[in-house]
Write a protein that binds this ligand. Structure first.
Ligand code: AMP
Length: 212
């Protein structure tokens, strides 16, 4: 089962991807996490990616990275792709040799994601994400690491503009090839953040369980 999570930065796709990875016992592959790790380690790819983190890393680099990662044995039963493909060209090139079973699209208002990202803090050590609205400490509950504003989150408007221009056209693209499963995040009924996550998760798993 190869699933892709599609949506604006801050839409909640990373949170759901982690939960889905556990449920279906397949790896969660976040291209953003891979780039952040490469930047932290100062690898050659990290040095190139660093220049593009508030927009998009060039397609050739991302496509090669995903191809290489998917060839590893732990991906044999499927993967949750979080943040790939992010351009029509990436989708075109990928679909020539790879497969996608479903694309989960998080439809959410721009202002909601901007507010979420402004309130978002990430653990500099393990990458766990928190909102300052619900977390009253500047350290991570899981590992004690320092919570920081991600460098690319500080450039939120550039990222939203890049999403609208490069990534949003994929909604129509995947609608047309029948792969899109759309979630209306603006009309979630639950009010508490944890309940909202579970409500969205239930909708996704009802759809994905049909694929098993
Ligand atoms: P994310 O954590 O998914 O929001 O990704 C962080 C950053 O990594 C993005 O702002 C991009 O610069 C880069 N990135 C991640 N995935 C891709 C992709 N599929 N194509 C191009 N750039 C990407």
């Amino acid at each position: 089962m190869i699933i892709s999570m599609l949506g604006a930065p801050g839409c909640g796709k990373g949170t759901q991807a982690k939960k889905l990875s556990q449920r279906y016992n397949i790896p969660h592959i976040s291209t953003g996490d891979i780039f952040r790790k490469a930047i932290k380690e100062g690898t050659p790819m990290g040095k190139v990616a660093q220049q593009y983190m508030s927009t998009l890393v060039p397609d050739e680099i991302v496509i090669e990275l995903v191809k290489e990662r998917l060839s590893q044995p732990d991906c044999a039963n499927g993967v949750i792709l979080d943040g790939f493909p992010r351009t029509v060209n990436q989708a075109d090139v990928y679909l020539k040799s790879g497969k996608l079973d479903k694309v989960i699209y998080f439809n959410i208002d721009e202002q909601v994601v901007v507010d979420r990202i402004l309130n978002r803090r990430t653990c500099a050590n393990c990458g766990e994400i928190y909102s300052i609205l619900t977390h009253n400490s500047d350290t991570c509950d899981k590992c004690g690491g320092e919570l920081v504003v991600r460098a690319e989150d500080a450039k939120i408007q550039d990222r939203i503009d890049s999403y609208k221009k490069e990534t949003y056209p994929l909604v129509e693209y995947f609608k047309q090839n029948g792969l899109l499963f759309e979630l209306d995040i603006n009309n979630v009924k639950a009010t508490e953040p944890e309940d909202q996550i579970n409500e969205i998760y239930d909708k996704i798993t009802s759809e994905l369980d049909k694929l098993i």
